[in-house]
Design a protein around this ligand. Structure first.
Ligand SMILES: Nc1ncnc2c1ncn2[C@@H]1O[C@H](COP(=O)(O)OP(=O)(O)OP(=O)(O)O)[C@@H](O)[C@H]1O
Ligand SMILES: [Mg+2]
Length: 656
């Protein structure tokens, strides 16, 4: 039975169509999407010379009938869309009817396919967009498309292709994305000399992450347990009520522990109804979730899956289908933010000595064997060329998002430090991370047999922080403490900062921030920009314990500050708050503003380093810290405690 039809012109014109073939990875993307849409269970991708010589995608999906196989190469021929109305709720990855004709126009293409209803399959050959051969062929049910010599007839384009390893890196990254989004399917990626990815079907996403990135990656993540929210919450119009029960948004996935810090957003993957998308709104939600947990200029690694009714999201807004528009964006934003925040608060893991050292932004990415760090040593051993990873400049620096889904969400230039570190960005959740498995088939098979049985080593969690007994201070700055878990070092300044931050925020929410009058009002000069910011937030400052009066066009008098802040800190605190808010040039939410004020106030009121502390004061501080929501990092994202676990101590002394 024929599935494919040519879209009427009126429908075709409503589709955001455009360039679909930019590089070999774009071809892989389109062919993978077609295979997934055809219900394939196993998808095999074979590439030669970075995909420049050959890309072959073999699937066991429903295949095409003889007639459909020919029709598929017409423009606007699709089985996935009938009318313009269908555009409002697209359930498939493809819908434009553009990909195959476009790929056939720039390559030598061979299609072999069979629909199960037909006894014989079909073989069709195209060269430079021209049909050169059609015949029947004995092929299994499913589809194999071989694309050879991409751009052979468009030499100008061919010139723009990067090195073979770079192009292969993009392909590997892409297959990794689709494998993450479809754990129930098997994905295989091979070159003539190696198997780069081979992940059999799994039930759980965690197992798929493990297959693709290894155990350490799983240990670096906390799971975002599926959180569902009815769209009802945002529905203002009563006529939408009847379908509210079915209409819900589910957010799930994985996100990195606070001690994992990335210098860019390349470790963030957002899937909406299993489609990898680039979305500023969700990025913002992720950023918000980590506010006061991660320092401002670093990023987590996050795999976020949003599932929602198809009509809640418009996918027809970008020619390469990588941007979407949510119908109820605020709700989607808030649910995503809260789900991540909840996962982080629930796990509350604490850095071990080694992890904390590796987490400093300067070294992030140079670690081994982690998706935040890059390629595993075993991958290098396996002979996988290191350069399989697209070079930094291309991954992080370009603002262009290719139709291969090569995502650079930042648009921001990379810091020089990163450019010295190989593999930082391209590898995360992406290219090059997988070959480790192929080098040790024995282990690989064993690992797959029980991927989740090998539970991640237990991470220290906040409850383990309880009952700390302080032994003393190092340099009058760091408290050394012990409990049954092992040996701990606590940075006294940031620990107190975390305690005060949470107390201040709570008091602010209850409208009870205590304030302390200055003996003499302190008159300070502000810049014109600071004055503007001051006027904008004067009320909120007052609610946070400040009393500040304007004194002429350029000055203000500080009469009172939040309790605990000493007079010498008053000026610095106020200007720091004003400057910090000024930098957030966009409108900032009230929560953000409050958190910023609380963080600055806590910083200025907290015990300083180089301050000797009595035993009772140390005991009080450790106890107060153990009662905070987030004792692992200060409001600016720095680690608060380090732990040397009993196991690590025993190991170091060769007792175990
Ligand atoms: N691997 C496949 N298995 C079965 N049918 C396929 C396969 N690849 C393509 N087709 C059929 O060919 C049609 C055309 O494919 P093509 O990729 O050009 O367009 P599309 O997937 O409908 O939309 P888009 O351009 O957004 O990808 C599809 O609608 C589908 O019916
Ligand atoms: Mg398609």
């Amino acid at each position: 039975m024929s599935r494919i039809r040519i879209l009427p012109e009126a429908v075709a014109n409503k589709i955001a169509a455009g360039e679909v073939v930019e590089r070999p990875a774009s071809v892989v993307k389109e062919l993978l999407e077609n295979a997934i849409d055809a219900g394939a269970k196993t998808i095999r991708v074979e590439v030669e010379v970075g995909g420049k010589r050959m890309i072959r995608v073999i699937d066991d999906g429903h295949g095409m009938t003889h007639d459909d196989a020919l029709l598929a190469f017409e423009r606007h021929a699709t089985s996935k869309l009938r009318s313009a109305d269908d555009l409002l709720s697209i359930a498939t990855l493809g819908f434009r009817g553009e990909a195959l004709p476009t790929i056939a126009a720039v390559s030598r293409l061979l299609l072999e396919t069979r629909d199960e209803a037909e006894a014989e399959g079909t073989r069709i050959e195209f060269a430079g967009g021209k049909l050169v051969n059609v015949k029947s062929a004995g092929v299994p049910v499913g589809t194999t498309i071989s694309v050879a010599d991409i751009f052979y007839c468009v030499p100008a384009r061919r010139k723009f292709l990067k090195s073979d390893t770079t192009e292969l890196g993009h392909i590997a990254s892409l297959v990794t994305h689709y494998a993450l989004a479809n754990p129930g399917k098997q994905f295989i990626l091979t070159t003539p000399t190696q198997e780069i990815i081979n992940c059999p079907p799994t039930e759980k996403l965690a197992d798929r992450v493990y297959q693709l990135f290894g155990r350490q990656a799983v240990e670096e993540l906390v799971e975002i347990l599926a959180v569902s929210a009815p769209f009802r919450a945002a529905i203002a119009e009563p006529e939408l009520e009847p379908q509210e029960e079915k209409s819900s948004l589910t957010v799930s996935g994985f996100t990195s522990r606070p001690d994992i810090q990335r210098m860019n957003r390349n470790g963030i993957y957002i899937f909406v109804n299993r489609r990898l998308v680039r979305d500023r709104l969700i990025l913002h939600a992720i950023h918000e979730a980590y506010r006061n947990i991660l320092p401002p200029a670093v990023f987590p690694a996050t795999l976020l899956f949003l599932e929602m009714p198809y009509e809640e999201v418009d996918v027809n807004v970008h020619p390469a289908k990588i941007e979407v528009r949510f119908r109820r964006s605020q709700l989607v934003h808030d649910v995503a933010r809260d789900a991540i925040r909840q996962a982080l608060m629930g796990a509350r893991p604490i850095a071990s000595f080694a992890a904390a050292a590796a987490a400093t932004p300067q070294t992030a990415g140079s670690g081994n064997g982690t998706f935040s760090g890059g390629i595993t040593p075993a991958a290098v051993e396996s002979g996988v060329p290191r350069a399989i990873i697209p070079p930094m400049e291309e991954v992080g620096g370009g603002s262009v998002v290719g139709s291969d889904g090569g995502f650079d969400l930042t648009g921001a230039p990379l810091r020089p430090v990163e450019q010295r570190i190989p593999f930082t960005s391209g590898t995360a959740f992406g290219a090059g991370v997988v070959p480790v498995r192929t080098s040790t088939p024995g282990n690989w098979a064993a690992n797959l047999a029980a991927p989740s049985a090998e539970a991640p080593a237990s991470l220290p969690r906040t409850e383990h922080i309880a009952d700390l007994k302080p032994l003393g201070q190092v340099s009058a700055s760091f408290i050394v403490a012990v409990n049954g878990e092992g040996l701990w070092i606590v940075d006294q300044h940031v620990a107190h900062e975390r305690v005060l931050f949470e107390q201040h925020l709570e008091a602010r929410r209850a409208g009870r921030v205590e304030s302390q009058r200055m003996l003499m009002p302190l008159v300070i000069e502000l810049s014109p920009r600071q004055i503007v910011t001051f006027e904008k937030i004067a009320e909120e400052l007052f609610a946070n314990g400040f009393e500040v009066e304007p004194m002429g066009p350029k000055s203000v008098a500080i009469q009172a500050v939040p309790a605990g802040v000493g007079a010498p800190d008053a000026e610095k605190l106020l200007t720091e708050i004003l400057d910090g808010i000024e930098r957030e040039n966009a409108a900032i939410s009230i929560e953000t503003l409050q958190a910023k004020i609380a963080a600055s106030t806590a910083c200025h009121a907290a015990i300083k380093v180089n301050t000797p502390l009595e035993q009772s004061k140390m005991e009080w501080l450790l106890d107060a810290l153990s009662k905070t929501d987030c004792p692992m990092s200060c409001p600016h994202g720095r680690p608060v405690v380090l732990r040397y676990s009993m196991k690590e101590i025993e190991k170091a002394f060769h007792r175990i």
